[in-house]
Design a protein around this ligand. Structure first.
Ligand code: SAH
Ligand code: SF4
Length: 392
Protein backbone atom coordinates (compact mmCIF):
# COMPACT_ATOMS: atom_id res chain seq x y z
CA UNK A 1 0.00 0.00 0.00
CA UNK A 2 1.04 3.59 0.40
CA UNK A 3 2.74 1.68 3.14
CA UNK A 4 5.36 -0.01 0.90
CA UNK A 5 9.08 0.53 0.49
CA UNK A 6 10.94 -0.06 -2.80
CA UNK A 7 14.15 -2.09 -2.75
CA UNK A 8 17.33 -1.91 -4.84
CA UNK A 9 18.49 -4.98 -6.79
CA UNK A 10 22.00 -5.82 -5.57
CA UNK A 11 22.44 -9.39 -6.80
CA UNK A 12 20.90 -11.49 -9.55
CA UNK A 13 21.05 -15.23 -9.58
CA UNK A 14 18.82 -16.32 -12.42
CA UNK A 15 15.24 -15.98 -11.06
CA UNK A 16 16.32 -15.29 -7.48
CA UNK A 17 17.44 -11.76 -6.77
CA UNK A 18 18.74 -10.01 -3.66
CA UNK A 19 17.07 -6.74 -2.78
CA UNK A 20 18.40 -4.16 -0.35
CA UNK A 21 16.24 -2.04 1.94
CA UNK A 22 18.26 0.50 3.94
CA UNK A 23 21.18 -1.94 4.28
CA UNK A 24 19.00 -5.02 4.98
CA UNK A 25 18.99 -7.71 2.33
CA UNK A 26 16.03 -9.90 1.35
CA UNK A 27 15.63 -12.45 -1.41
CA UNK A 28 12.82 -12.35 -3.95
CA UNK A 29 11.73 -14.37 -6.95
CA UNK A 30 11.66 -12.50 -10.24
CA UNK A 31 9.47 -13.92 -13.01
CA UNK A 32 8.14 -10.91 -14.79
CA UNK A 33 11.08 -8.59 -15.53
CA UNK A 34 14.48 -8.53 -17.17
CA UNK A 35 16.21 -6.76 -14.29
CA UNK A 36 19.66 -5.20 -14.05
CA UNK A 37 21.74 -4.53 -10.95
CA UNK A 38 20.91 -1.17 -9.38
CA UNK A 39 17.28 -1.12 -10.53
CA UNK A 40 14.44 -0.54 -8.07
CA UNK A 41 11.50 -2.86 -7.51
CA UNK A 42 8.54 -3.50 -5.25
CA UNK A 43 8.28 -7.07 -3.94
CA UNK A 44 5.38 -8.69 -2.09
CA UNK A 45 5.49 -12.03 -0.35
CA UNK A 46 8.92 -12.69 -1.86
CA UNK A 47 7.79 -12.03 -5.44
CA UNK A 48 8.94 -9.08 -7.56
CA UNK A 49 5.72 -7.42 -8.64
CA UNK A 50 6.74 -4.02 -10.02
CA UNK A 51 9.83 -2.44 -11.49
CA UNK A 52 10.01 1.30 -10.84
CA UNK A 53 12.34 4.03 -12.05
CA UNK A 54 15.02 5.55 -9.84
CA UNK A 55 13.18 8.87 -10.20
CA UNK A 56 10.10 7.33 -8.59
CA UNK A 57 11.99 5.26 -6.00
CA UNK A 58 14.35 7.84 -4.52
CA UNK A 59 11.74 10.25 -3.08
CA UNK A 60 9.88 7.32 -1.47
CA UNK A 61 13.11 6.03 0.04
CA UNK A 62 14.04 9.53 1.22
CA UNK A 63 10.67 9.92 2.95
CA UNK A 64 11.16 6.60 4.76
CA UNK A 65 14.85 6.81 5.60
CA UNK A 66 14.76 8.34 9.02
CA UNK A 67 11.57 6.64 10.09
CA UNK A 68 12.77 3.22 8.96
CA UNK A 69 15.71 3.29 11.37
CA UNK A 70 13.49 4.60 14.19
CA UNK A 71 10.97 1.81 13.60
CA UNK A 72 13.70 -0.83 13.46
CA UNK A 73 14.94 0.38 16.86
CA UNK A 74 11.44 0.26 18.40
CA UNK A 75 10.97 -3.30 17.13
CA UNK A 76 14.39 -4.33 18.42
CA UNK A 77 13.62 -2.97 21.88
CA UNK A 78 10.24 -4.70 22.00
CA UNK A 79 11.77 -8.01 20.88
CA UNK A 80 14.25 -8.04 23.79
CA UNK A 81 11.78 -9.51 26.29
CA UNK A 82 11.78 -13.32 26.12
CA UNK A 83 10.00 -14.53 29.25
CA UNK A 84 6.56 -15.58 28.02
CA UNK A 85 5.89 -17.82 25.01
CA UNK A 86 4.51 -14.81 23.11
CA UNK A 87 7.65 -12.80 23.81
CA UNK A 88 9.85 -15.70 22.72
CA UNK A 89 7.87 -16.04 19.50
CA UNK A 90 8.14 -12.30 18.91
CA UNK A 91 11.91 -12.41 19.41
CA UNK A 92 12.16 -15.27 16.88
CA UNK A 93 10.05 -13.29 14.40
CA UNK A 94 12.35 -10.30 14.84
CA UNK A 95 15.49 -12.43 14.49
CA UNK A 96 14.44 -14.07 11.22
CA UNK A 97 12.34 -11.41 9.46
CA UNK A 98 13.39 -8.12 11.07
CA UNK A 99 10.65 -5.55 11.36
CA UNK A 100 9.09 -6.33 7.93
CA UNK A 101 5.33 -6.52 7.87
CA UNK A 102 3.11 -6.81 4.84
CA UNK A 103 -0.39 -5.42 4.51
CA UNK A 104 -2.69 -6.93 1.90
CA UNK A 105 -6.13 -5.79 0.81
CA UNK A 106 -9.13 -8.05 0.35
CA UNK A 107 -12.11 -7.58 -1.97
CA UNK A 108 -15.02 -9.95 -1.32
CA UNK A 109 -16.84 -10.05 -4.64
CA UNK A 110 -19.65 -12.59 -4.11
CA UNK A 111 -21.33 -14.13 -1.07
CA UNK A 112 -23.07 -16.90 -3.03
CA UNK A 113 -21.83 -20.36 -2.12
CA UNK A 114 -22.81 -23.82 -3.25
CA UNK A 115 -21.40 -25.46 -0.10
CA UNK A 116 -22.68 -26.01 3.38
CA UNK A 117 -19.66 -25.78 5.68
CA UNK A 118 -21.10 -26.03 9.18
CA UNK A 119 -19.18 -23.04 10.53
CA UNK A 120 -19.78 -20.50 7.76
CA UNK A 121 -22.52 -17.87 7.45
CA UNK A 122 -22.29 -17.96 3.64
CA UNK A 123 -23.39 -21.61 3.58
CA UNK A 124 -26.03 -22.33 0.97
CA UNK A 125 -28.72 -23.22 3.55
CA UNK A 126 -28.51 -19.83 5.24
CA UNK A 127 -31.63 -18.45 3.59
CA UNK A 128 -31.63 -15.32 5.78
CA UNK A 129 -28.54 -13.88 4.15
CA UNK A 130 -29.09 -11.30 1.40
CA UNK A 131 -26.84 -12.41 -1.45
CA UNK A 132 -24.80 -10.21 -3.83
CA UNK A 133 -22.50 -10.65 -6.79
CA UNK A 134 -20.19 -7.89 -8.00
CA UNK A 135 -20.05 -7.33 -11.76
CA UNK A 136 -16.62 -8.00 -13.33
CA UNK A 137 -16.26 -4.25 -14.02
CA UNK A 138 -17.05 -3.50 -10.39
CA UNK A 139 -14.33 -5.90 -9.23
CA UNK A 140 -11.85 -4.30 -11.65
CA UNK A 141 -12.83 -0.80 -10.47
CA UNK A 142 -12.49 -1.77 -6.78
CA UNK A 143 -9.05 -3.22 -7.47
CA UNK A 144 -8.07 -0.07 -9.41
CA UNK A 145 -9.15 2.10 -6.44
CA UNK A 146 -7.21 -0.11 -4.03
CA UNK A 147 -4.10 0.18 -6.19
CA UNK A 148 -4.31 3.80 -7.36
CA UNK A 149 -6.04 5.60 -4.48
CA UNK A 150 -4.66 3.58 -1.59
CA UNK A 151 -1.40 2.20 -3.01
CA UNK A 152 -2.01 -1.50 -2.31
CA UNK A 153 0.50 -3.85 -3.92
CA UNK A 154 -1.17 -7.14 -2.97
CA UNK A 155 -4.86 -7.94 -3.20
CA UNK A 156 -6.96 -10.98 -2.34
CA UNK A 157 -10.07 -11.58 -4.47
CA UNK A 158 -12.38 -13.69 -2.30
CA UNK A 159 -15.84 -15.23 -2.68
CA UNK A 160 -18.02 -18.14 -1.70
CA UNK A 161 -17.74 -21.02 -4.11
CA UNK A 162 -19.75 -19.39 -6.87
CA UNK A 163 -19.62 -21.13 -10.24
CA UNK A 164 -21.10 -18.22 -12.13
CA UNK A 165 -17.60 -16.68 -12.12
CA UNK A 166 -16.13 -18.87 -14.85
CA UNK A 167 -12.48 -19.13 -15.90
CA UNK A 168 -13.27 -16.77 -18.80
CA UNK A 169 -14.84 -14.12 -16.56
CA UNK A 170 -12.20 -14.29 -13.83
CA UNK A 171 -9.44 -14.61 -16.42
CA UNK A 172 -10.45 -11.32 -17.96
CA UNK A 173 -10.77 -9.68 -14.52
CA UNK A 174 -7.23 -10.77 -13.60
CA UNK A 175 -5.89 -9.73 -17.01
CA UNK A 176 -7.46 -6.31 -16.79
CA UNK A 177 -6.13 -5.66 -13.26
CA UNK A 178 -2.62 -6.87 -14.11
CA UNK A 179 -2.44 -4.93 -17.39
CA UNK A 180 -2.94 -1.61 -15.66
CA UNK A 181 -0.63 -2.06 -12.65
CA UNK A 182 0.99 -5.38 -11.77
CA UNK A 183 0.38 -6.45 -8.18
CA UNK A 184 0.44 -9.68 -6.21
CA UNK A 185 -3.04 -10.99 -6.97
CA UNK A 186 -4.24 -13.74 -4.62
CA UNK A 187 -7.31 -15.87 -5.36
CA UNK A 188 -9.55 -17.15 -2.57
CA UNK A 189 -12.43 -18.73 -4.43
CA UNK A 190 -12.46 -22.33 -3.19
CA UNK A 191 -12.06 -25.60 -5.03
CA UNK A 192 -12.15 -24.85 -8.74
CA UNK A 193 -10.89 -27.01 -11.60
CA UNK A 194 -7.18 -27.00 -12.15
CA UNK A 195 -7.84 -25.52 -15.62
CA UNK A 196 -9.52 -22.52 -13.93
CA UNK A 197 -6.43 -21.89 -11.82
CA UNK A 198 -4.11 -22.44 -14.81
CA UNK A 199 -5.99 -19.85 -16.85
CA UNK A 200 -5.76 -17.28 -14.06
CA UNK A 201 -2.08 -18.06 -13.49
CA UNK A 202 -1.47 -17.40 -17.18
CA UNK A 203 -3.19 -14.03 -16.80
CA UNK A 204 -0.86 -13.13 -13.92
CA UNK A 205 -2.45 -14.26 -10.63
CA UNK A 206 0.32 -15.57 -8.36
CA UNK A 207 -1.26 -16.41 -4.99
CA UNK A 208 -3.95 -18.79 -3.77
CA UNK A 209 -5.55 -18.57 -0.34
CA UNK A 210 -7.11 -21.96 0.27
CA UNK A 211 -7.17 -23.31 3.81
CA UNK A 212 -7.30 -27.02 4.55
CA UNK A 213 -9.42 -25.93 7.58
CA UNK A 214 -8.46 -28.89 9.82
CA UNK A 215 -5.84 -31.62 9.56
CA UNK A 216 -8.20 -34.11 11.21
CA UNK A 217 -10.01 -35.93 8.34
CA UNK A 218 -12.96 -36.99 10.57
CA UNK A 219 -13.49 -33.47 11.83
CA UNK A 220 -13.14 -32.19 8.25
CA UNK A 221 -15.88 -34.55 7.06
CA UNK A 222 -18.15 -33.27 9.84
CA UNK A 223 -17.43 -29.60 9.18
CA UNK A 224 -17.35 -29.72 5.38
CA UNK A 225 -19.79 -32.54 4.55
CA UNK A 226 -19.78 -31.81 0.82
CA UNK A 227 -16.01 -31.61 0.33
CA UNK A 228 -13.25 -34.21 0.30
CA UNK A 229 -10.23 -33.67 2.57
CA UNK A 230 -7.73 -35.47 0.33
CA UNK A 231 -8.97 -33.71 -2.78
CA UNK A 232 -8.55 -30.32 -1.13
CA UNK A 233 -5.01 -31.17 0.01
CA UNK A 234 -4.17 -32.48 -3.45
CA UNK A 235 -5.44 -29.25 -5.02
CA UNK A 236 -3.28 -27.15 -2.68
CA UNK A 237 -0.22 -29.20 -3.70
CA UNK A 238 -1.05 -28.96 -7.41
CA UNK A 239 -1.41 -25.19 -7.15
CA UNK A 240 1.90 -24.94 -5.36
CA UNK A 241 3.52 -27.00 -8.11
CA UNK A 242 1.93 -24.74 -10.72
CA UNK A 243 3.91 -21.86 -9.20
CA UNK A 244 1.31 -20.16 -7.02
CA UNK A 245 2.33 -18.77 -3.63
CA UNK A 246 0.26 -20.76 -1.17
CA UNK A 247 -1.61 -19.12 1.71
CA UNK A 248 -3.13 -21.88 3.78
CA UNK A 249 -3.98 -22.94 7.31
CA UNK A 250 -6.86 -23.86 9.55
CA UNK A 251 -9.60 -22.79 11.90
CA UNK A 252 -8.54 -22.67 15.54
CA UNK A 253 -11.12 -23.61 18.15
CA UNK A 254 -13.56 -25.62 16.04
CA UNK A 255 -16.00 -27.63 18.15
CA UNK A 256 -14.53 -31.11 18.65
CA UNK A 257 -10.98 -30.03 17.81
CA UNK A 258 -8.38 -31.33 20.26
CA UNK A 259 -5.09 -29.84 21.33
CA UNK A 260 -3.35 -32.57 19.33
CA UNK A 261 -5.40 -31.62 16.25
CA UNK A 262 -4.16 -28.06 16.58
CA UNK A 263 -0.57 -29.21 16.80
CA UNK A 264 -1.10 -31.33 13.69
CA UNK A 265 -2.69 -28.31 11.96
CA UNK A 266 0.53 -26.34 12.47
CA UNK A 267 2.61 -29.30 11.27
CA UNK A 268 0.49 -29.74 8.15
CA UNK A 269 0.69 -26.02 7.31
CA UNK A 270 4.48 -26.29 7.48
CA UNK A 271 4.60 -29.60 5.57
CA UNK A 272 2.63 -28.11 2.68
CA UNK A 273 5.50 -25.68 1.99
CA UNK A 274 3.16 -22.81 2.79
CA UNK A 275 4.29 -19.34 1.75
CA UNK A 276 1.96 -17.57 4.19
CA UNK A 277 0.30 -19.15 7.24
CA UNK A 278 -3.36 -18.13 7.33
CA UNK A 279 -5.25 -19.44 10.32
CA UNK A 280 -7.72 -17.78 12.61
CA UNK A 281 -10.18 -18.48 15.39
CA UNK A 282 -13.58 -19.97 14.63
CA UNK A 283 -16.39 -17.51 15.44
CA UNK A 284 -19.90 -18.97 15.70
CA UNK A 285 -22.52 -17.62 13.34
CA UNK A 286 -26.18 -17.58 14.52
CA UNK A 287 -27.59 -18.95 11.23
CA UNK A 288 -25.42 -22.07 11.17
CA UNK A 289 -25.61 -25.46 12.90
CA UNK A 290 -22.73 -24.29 15.15
CA UNK A 291 -24.67 -21.24 16.42
CA UNK A 292 -24.58 -22.35 20.05
CA UNK A 293 -20.96 -23.38 20.20
CA UNK A 294 -18.43 -21.33 22.14
CA UNK A 295 -15.89 -19.15 20.44
CA UNK A 296 -12.31 -19.92 21.47
CA UNK A 297 -10.40 -17.74 23.91
CA UNK A 298 -7.99 -15.08 22.66
CA UNK A 299 -5.31 -17.12 24.40
CA UNK A 300 -5.98 -20.18 22.24
CA UNK A 301 -5.69 -18.11 19.07
CA UNK A 302 -2.50 -16.35 20.21
CA UNK A 303 -0.97 -19.63 21.37
CA UNK A 304 -1.50 -21.02 17.86
CA UNK A 305 0.38 -18.03 16.36
CA UNK A 306 3.22 -18.29 18.86
CA UNK A 307 3.55 -22.06 18.41
CA UNK A 308 3.53 -21.72 14.63
CA UNK A 309 6.25 -19.06 14.86
CA UNK A 310 8.42 -21.17 17.17
CA UNK A 311 7.94 -24.24 14.94
CA UNK A 312 8.66 -22.32 11.76
CA UNK A 313 10.91 -19.31 12.52
CA UNK A 314 10.99 -17.93 8.98
CA UNK A 315 7.25 -18.20 8.30
CA UNK A 316 5.09 -15.37 7.12
CA UNK A 317 2.15 -15.45 9.51
CA UNK A 318 -1.04 -13.54 8.86
CA UNK A 319 -2.94 -11.94 11.73
CA UNK A 320 -6.48 -12.59 10.54
CA UNK A 321 -9.62 -10.48 10.68
CA UNK A 322 -11.23 -13.19 12.84
CA UNK A 323 -8.53 -12.62 15.48
CA UNK A 324 -9.21 -8.88 15.27
CA UNK A 325 -12.91 -9.67 15.66
CA UNK A 326 -12.33 -11.87 18.71
CA UNK A 327 -10.78 -8.89 20.48
CA UNK A 328 -11.48 -5.65 18.61
CA UNK A 329 -9.38 -3.59 20.98
CA UNK A 330 -6.19 -5.65 21.09
CA UNK A 331 -6.51 -8.63 18.72
CA UNK A 332 -4.36 -7.29 15.88
CA UNK A 333 -1.62 -5.94 18.11
CA UNK A 334 -1.55 -9.07 20.28
CA UNK A 335 -1.26 -11.25 17.16
CA UNK A 336 1.63 -9.17 15.81
CA UNK A 337 3.34 -9.33 19.21
CA UNK A 338 2.94 -13.13 19.43
CA UNK A 339 4.75 -13.90 16.18
CA UNK A 340 2.52 -12.52 13.39
CA UNK A 341 3.94 -10.37 10.61
CA UNK A 342 1.17 -9.70 8.13
CA UNK A 343 -2.25 -8.02 8.14
CA UNK A 344 -5.24 -7.80 5.82
CA UNK A 345 -7.45 -4.73 5.24
CA UNK A 346 -11.03 -5.09 4.02
CA UNK A 347 -11.59 -3.16 0.77
CA UNK A 348 -14.95 -4.63 -0.20
CA UNK A 349 -17.27 -1.79 -1.32
CA UNK A 350 -19.19 -0.54 1.71
CA UNK A 351 -22.61 -1.56 0.39
CA UNK A 352 -21.54 -5.23 0.28
CA UNK A 353 -19.16 -5.48 3.21
CA UNK A 354 -21.69 -6.38 5.92
CA UNK A 355 -23.28 -8.97 3.62
CA UNK A 356 -20.08 -10.98 3.40
CA UNK A 357 -20.94 -12.41 6.77
CA UNK A 358 -18.86 -15.58 7.17
CA UNK A 359 -19.16 -14.74 10.87
CA UNK A 360 -20.91 -11.83 12.60
CA UNK A 361 -19.57 -8.39 13.46
CA UNK A 362 -16.37 -8.75 11.51
CA UNK A 363 -13.70 -6.21 12.35
CA UNK A 364 -13.25 -3.64 9.58
CA UNK A 365 -16.88 -3.63 8.39
CA UNK A 366 -17.97 -0.49 10.24
CA UNK A 367 -15.06 1.74 9.36
CA UNK A 368 -14.19 3.71 6.21
CA UNK A 369 -11.27 2.28 4.23
CA UNK A 370 -9.14 5.39 4.67
CA UNK A 371 -9.74 5.39 8.44
CA UNK A 372 -8.92 1.69 8.61
CA UNK A 373 -5.66 2.20 6.70
CA UNK A 374 -4.70 5.04 9.07
CA UNK A 375 -5.51 2.84 12.06
CA UNK A 376 -3.33 -0.01 10.73
CA UNK A 377 -0.43 2.31 9.88
CA UNK A 378 -0.59 3.85 13.37
CA UNK A 379 -0.61 0.38 14.93
CA UNK A 380 2.38 -0.81 12.87
CA UNK A 381 4.33 2.35 13.67
CA UNK A 382 3.61 2.00 17.36
CA UNK A 383 5.30 -1.40 17.39
CA UNK A 384 8.11 -0.57 14.98
CA UNK A 385 7.03 -2.51 11.90
CA UNK A 386 7.92 -1.33 8.38
CA UNK A 387 6.60 -2.41 4.99
CA UNK A 388 9.80 -3.81 3.53
CA UNK A 389 9.10 -7.11 1.83
CA UNK A 390 9.31 -10.21 3.98
CA UNK A 391 11.35 -11.95 1.26
CA UNK A 392 11.72 -15.67 0.64
N1 SAH B 1 -15.15 -20.14 -0.19
C1 SAH B 1 -13.73 -20.08 -0.07
C2 SAH B 1 -13.22 -18.75 0.43
C3 SAH B 1 -14.11 -17.95 1.32
S1 SAH B 1 -14.27 -18.51 2.96
C4 SAH B 1 -13.22 -21.22 0.77
O1 SAH B 1 -13.99 -21.75 1.56
O2 SAH B 1 -12.04 -21.54 0.64
C5 SAH B 1 -12.72 -18.04 3.63
C6 SAH B 1 -12.40 -18.64 4.98
O3 SAH B 1 -13.32 -18.16 5.95
C7 SAH B 1 -12.54 -20.13 5.07
O4 SAH B 1 -11.38 -20.78 4.60
C8 SAH B 1 -12.77 -20.36 6.57
O5 SAH B 1 -11.59 -20.79 7.22
C9 SAH B 1 -13.14 -18.96 7.09
N2 SAH B 1 -14.40 -18.98 7.87
C10 SAH B 1 -15.60 -19.40 7.45
N3 SAH B 1 -16.48 -19.36 8.48
C11 SAH B 1 -15.82 -18.91 9.56
C12 SAH B 1 -16.17 -18.67 10.93
N4 SAH B 1 -17.41 -18.89 11.36
N5 SAH B 1 -15.21 -18.22 11.77
C13 SAH B 1 -13.97 -17.97 11.31
N6 SAH B 1 -13.57 -18.19 10.05
C14 SAH B 1 -14.47 -18.66 9.18
FE1 SF4 C 1 -18.67 -21.58 1.13
FE2 SF4 C 1 -16.12 -21.10 1.79
FE3 SF4 C 1 -18.15 -20.60 3.50
FE4 SF4 C 1 -17.54 -23.11 2.96
S1 SF4 C 1 -16.19 -21.60 3.99
S2 SF4 C 1 -19.60 -22.25 3.03
S3 SF4 C 1 -16.93 -22.96 0.82
S4 SF4 C 1 -17.74 -19.58 1.59
Amino acid sequence: MCYAIPGKVVEINDKIITVEYFGEQKKARNEFYNLALGEYIYAQGGLVIQRISEREALPVLESWKEMFHELAQVDKNLARETKTMYEKANAVRHKYSGNSCCVHGIIEFSNYCKHNCLYCGLRKDNKQLKRYQMEPDEIIQSAADAINLHGFKALVLQSGEDDSYTAEIMGSVVKSIMEKTPILLILSVGEKDISFYKRLYDEGARGVLLRFETSNPQLYKKMKPDSDFNKRLELIKQLRDMGYLIFTGFLAGLPGQTREDLENDIKLTTALGTDMFSFGPFIPHPQTPLANENKPSLELALNAIAKARLACPEAKILVTTSLETLDKENGAKSGLMAGGNSLMINLTPEKYRKLYEIYPQRAGTDIKVTANISRVIALLRSIGRAPTDLGI
